[in-house]
Design a protein around this ligand. Structure first.
Ligand code: CP
Length: 311
């Protein structure tokens, strides 16, 4: 899969300084400034459902002055059998500068990047990665911990809890947090936190009660039912793996609760915890547009420079 700077497909393999530069750029984007992408067109190709990512990419592109077009699987010619790459090339041929891709196929964004000439941003592809979500999470956590000066998370411990194996958010967060110096432990039942995940650089635990009081942030994950994850009894799952009110009370003073959304309240996390004083959930959402602005402006700015021979 391409790791070139023309695309943002994954965080695995990115250098810490590349990730820190993106986060620093996002940190500075506190209010809409300039229209540096005026005349550019960004196409959202969302072949899986989304609220946060899709809306925040639209807001980000509009704040930068770009035009936005939206395409979803339902209502597009994908439903008539057109392939992902033919659809992407068709949209590109109408003159777009960037494709923001969400799809069910792991590696689908990379497949498209190999078939088009414009920039491609992975907005979540199957079980592979969701890089801008992890950047949003890292910006939010760094800020909450007072580490957003240099984005050095050395000594910070983060637990990612629940359906890690099926989660593109978990994969991007492991890569991002490890690059920034944090320790990561994936915690869940053996089917959702298998030993093989340790090859990504995280520890593995099957005991949330052991982990919950030892970390600086607990990031709970939605169960990916659409990717065939199964839990048996919802009540038993919550009892063993849910961030319940009782468990949250055992977190360290100053430790944070995170969730990339969408949340299934009362399953992986209690509603009172998601809305409680430790929660960064809406902060994660609020940081979405500025991270996506940083990604779009970085990629399309680089494209413009190479096209004009500037820089
Ligand atoms: N976290 C996330 O990707 O949310 P959406 O599916 O709503 O975009």
């Amino acid at each position: 899969m391409s790791g070139s700077s023309k695309h943002l497909l994954q965080l695995r393999g990115k250098r810490p300084d590349e990730i820190r530069a993106l986060l620093a750029s996002a940190r500075e984007l506190t209010s809409p400034t300039g229209r540096e992408l005026a005349g550019s067109t960004v196409a959202n190709l969302f072949f899986e459902d989304s609220t946060r990512t899709r809306v925040s990419f639209t807001i980000a592109a509009q704040r930068l002055g770009a035009s936005v077009v939206d395409l979803s699987g339902k209502g597009s010619s994908l439903s008539k059998g057109e392939t992902l790459t033919d659809t992407a090339r068709t949209v590109e041929a109408m003159g777009v500068d960037a494709l923001v891709v969400r799809c069910a196929q792991s590696g689908g964004a990379g497949l498209i990047a190999g078939a088009v000439s414009c920039a491609v941003i992975n907005a979540g592809d199957g079980r592979h990665e969701h890089p801008t979500q992890a950047l949003t999470d890292a910006l939010t956590l760094s800020s909450a911990l007072g580490r957003d000066g240099d984005f050095d998370l050395s000594g910070v411990r983060v637990a990612i809890v629940g359906d890690c194996a099926a989660s593109r958010v978990a994969r991007s967060n492991i890569a991002c947090l490890r690059a920034l110096g944090a320790e990561v432990v994936c915690c869940g039942p053996a089917s959702m936190a298998p030993p093989a995940l340790a090859t990504l650089g995280c520890a593995i635990s099957h005991d949330l009660d052991e982990v919950v009081g030892e970390v600086d942030a607990v990031m709970t994950l939605r169960i990916q039912f659409e990717r065939n994850s199964s839990i048996g009894s919802a009540r038993e799952y919550r009892e063993r793996w849910g961030l319940t009110v009782e468990r949250a009370e055992r977190m360290r003073p100053g430790a944070w609760v995170m969730h990339p959304g969408p949340i299934n309240r009362g399953l992986e996390i209690d509603g009172e915890v998601a809305d409680g004083a430790r929660s960064l959930v809406l902060g994660q959402v609020a940081n979405g547009p500025r991270v996506r602005m940083a990604a779009l402006s970085g990629l399309l700015g680089a494209c413009r420079e190479s096209c004009t021979g500037a820089g």
